[in-house]
Each structure stands twice: as C-alpha cells, then as structure tokens.
Write a protein that binds this ligand. Sequence first.
Ligand code: SAM
Length: 229
Amino acid sequence: MSKGPAVQKMFDGIAADYDLMNRVMTMGQDQKWRRFVVDRAGDPGKGWVLDLATGTGDIASLMEKQFPKGHHLGADFSLNMLREAQKRFSNQAIDWQASDANYLPYKDNSFESVTFGYLLRNVDDSLQVLKEIHRVLRPGGRVVCLDTTPPEKNILYPFIRFYFRFGIPLLGRFIASDEAAYSYLTGSTMDFYKAKELAGIFQEAGFDQVGYKKFMMGTIGIHWGTAKQ
Ligand SMILES: C[S@@+](CC[C@H](N)C(=O)[O-])C[C@H]1O[C@@H](n2cnc3c(N)ncnc32)[C@H](O)[C@@H]1O
C-alpha cells in the first residue's frame, strides 16, 4: 500500500504547529540549511523555479527573496500545509499549488531549478520521484534536496539515537500534540538511505555533478545535482 494517503493526513494534522516544532527540534538551525539549499539552487534569472513538498513555504520564501526576478512555485499535496504557507507569505510573489511529487502536473523542461525539503523519506520510490523531477527540469537545471539522514555509528551515535528515539517524539507530544508523527520522523530517518547511497540514486535518475554535505552532527544531508544536457 502506498505511504501517500497516511503521509498527507499526518501533515494536514500537524500543519499549525509545524514551524514551531521545527525551530525547537533543530535548535534554531533549520533556516540555515534552507539558505544553503537556496544558494546551491542559484540564480534562475527570469526562469521558473519549483519548491516541491514546500510545506509551510520556508524554502520558497527564501528563494523568492533572494531571486525576485524568477517565477516561483511552491507545491505540496497537503492542503493544510499550503494554507499555512499562503498565510505566512501572502506578501510575496509565489504561486502555491496542490500537486503530488509522484505525478507532477508540469511539462517537460519547465524549470531552472527544483528544490525540496524532507520529501524523499516520505515517498514510496525515491528513484521514481527523482526521475519525475528530472523530467520537469530543463537540461542543465539544478536540483537541491534537504533531508534527514541516518547518523553514522561514531562516538556521538548513542546520544543522537537517544535524542531521535525519545527527545523528538516527546517534543512532538508537547508542541504538536502528536507524538506518533514525530516517532514517524525518527523511524523514517533511521530507515532512509545513507547520504552516499542517496547520491547514487540521484545519478541513477539522470543527474550529473552530484554532491552532498552533511550538517547537525551528520543527521541532515543536502544533496544537489544537474539535469543531464
Ligand atoms: C517535513 S515537511 C517539509 C516542508 C518544507 N519543505 C520544509 O522545509 O519545512 C514534508 C512535506 O512534504 C509533503 N509531501 C510528502 N509527500 C509528498 C508528495 N508525494 N507530494 C507532494 N508533497 C508531499 C508533505 O505534505 C509535507 O508538507
């Protein structure tokens, strides 16, 4: 059975508390990673850019502020998350659209760049979604992906694991009144591809110049690549 409907329902349920939970859980680091995403995506000129799984819209907002000449789309399949985005950034030139990353309602070669934060852990088939993103990028267009990544087994591992296993679900219970959604975050992170494996999937999907950088003691990964010419 596809993860999609349960994931959609879960994000619809936590939309109102999502931003506060993000700031607390990441100890205020999350916007720094999104700014890194925007820098890697680069200047689209007057072209179209897509922030997929935009949620409450932070990446799309930063992108529009940094590159106001571009045309900005923020897309997600959770309508409640999109409503929050619309409310928060109503003064910015961003089109908010409902769409599913598995079947993007855009023509081939439409975008200069596609960004997404915390999408791939939530889909059934990362390769399929990356191929779909490749299809809508123009040749030479850029993809940038922010997500959690399973921590390495080093000296910090027991502490990180403790925080993921107990700390994050507890914060979820008190801040978002939804411990299960944040236990899901922990489970889906531990089960997700290691950063190096994910880089291989980007290459398999047709991206060149693939690279990645880790943050937050190796628990966050940002991957990037360029659509083949
Ligand atoms: C953890 S939130 C991330 C929001 C935002 N990108 C950020 O940086 O905070 C994940 C988002 O991905 C969306 N999402 C998950 N699967 C999706 C899919 N198949 N198509 C479109 N959106 C999806 C969810 O609805 C949710 O808003």
